[in-house]
Design a protein around this ligand. Sequence first.
Ligand SMILES: *Cc1c(COP(=O)(O)O)cnc(C)c1O
Length: 453
Amino acid sequence: MFVELRKLPGVDRLLQEPAVQNLIQIYGRELVVEGLRHALDTARDQIRRGASCPPAEEIMIQAEGYLRALARPTLRPVINASGVIIHTNLGRAPLSEETRMAMLDAARGYTNLEYDLEAGQRGSRYVHAEQLLCRLTGAEAALVVNNNAGAVLLILTALAQGREVIISRSQLIEIGGGFRIPDVMRQSGAHLVEVGTTNRTHLHDYEEAIGPETAALMRAHHSNFRIIGFTAEVPLEDLVALAGEHGLLVFDDLGSGTLLDTAAFGLAHEPTMQESVAVGADIVSCSGDKLLGGPQAGIILGRAKLIAHLRRHPLTRALRVDKTTLAGLQATLLHYLKGEAVDKIPVWQMIASRPDTLKQRAERWAQALSQTGVRAMVTEGRSTVGGGSLPGETLPTWLVALGVDSPDALAARLRAGEPPVIARIEDDRLCLDPRTVFEEEEETLLRAVQAAL
Ligand SMILES: *Cc1c(COP(=O)(O)O)cnc(C)c1O
């Protein structure tokens, strides 16, 4: 054993090797020394357990593996073959090419983020997406913050702290990631007044709860669940009329926030931003990265006086968005202005994908995969929109279903691949849904599946 241990090369000798010199170019000398020490320690352990001294090449390969793992980012692109379009765990909306380019341009150099080019002095970052948002929704004013959770917190804090906000019991939602309306309300210092029952709430429930401390009536989108059966909720118009009689605000948390009518794509109608504004909600909030299909952001629309008040609130500074977000949001909104959202925004391209096109793609995949000897079948299935919008609604799709002994093991191997592939398991088969896979990802996907098989 001691003879074998003594055969191990020293770090200094290994550092002279051309292969190691190469590694130093990539990772820097300090990390390479760390990698070599790690590889040598491993070899020493193995020798003590009875192995013979490995060749120097093997130690260098070990070191390279260590360095590669160390330098690999934890946040990596994945292929989404799950058929869930707005998948929060997978980063929600993929962005349009124009949006990505705008974000890249803003990131590369300086911008007039807070600089008024005409006056040559300090300007406001909040002007950037505002005009587009107002034009597209009919709102008097708009404000963009970090995300919709932040928007809700800001609105409740700035407009209702220490006062009461009335909301239907059926809307006291919890969405993923620990966002619960009652908790956000408590955090804001507004007092929650819940009215109605789990399944039914009437206008008179709100009316009876209004008192001297009431600041606002709030409506929250159900987001990720649906109540069915004997149910009743009060339409936004009625809340607006009631609030008007009592001089109260109406705050509508739309959740997903869409500018396009989802009913045109065979889905239920998701309330749109422009509808909420038109009906007369004083303040409306939604996400930028759900059905809008843009970067993560919280969008606030509302009356000019209220938005001006929000803008001055200290919390706004803590929730502020960066230049890349604003650049990306502007580019995404521009697609709507030009009437090209369905052609350019990935979320809408996916929603609008036609079943016959999806079937052709699934057939192509199945054929390619069958050549590796696996049983690949094309079957009808359902895709979902996700992202807390359109709960229970699905779109017809065509899946490639792989008949393997252990779909769970295959799914795990797919997740461990490079790039990782996220599939779904249905009826004990591993299924791939072409709807959420970009055409330019297809070859990589098929190669990854073949490797995992
Ligand atoms: C998604 C959602 C939120 C939170 O939005 P984020 O952009 O994820 O912060 C708040 N309210 C509702 C109703 C939602 O659906």
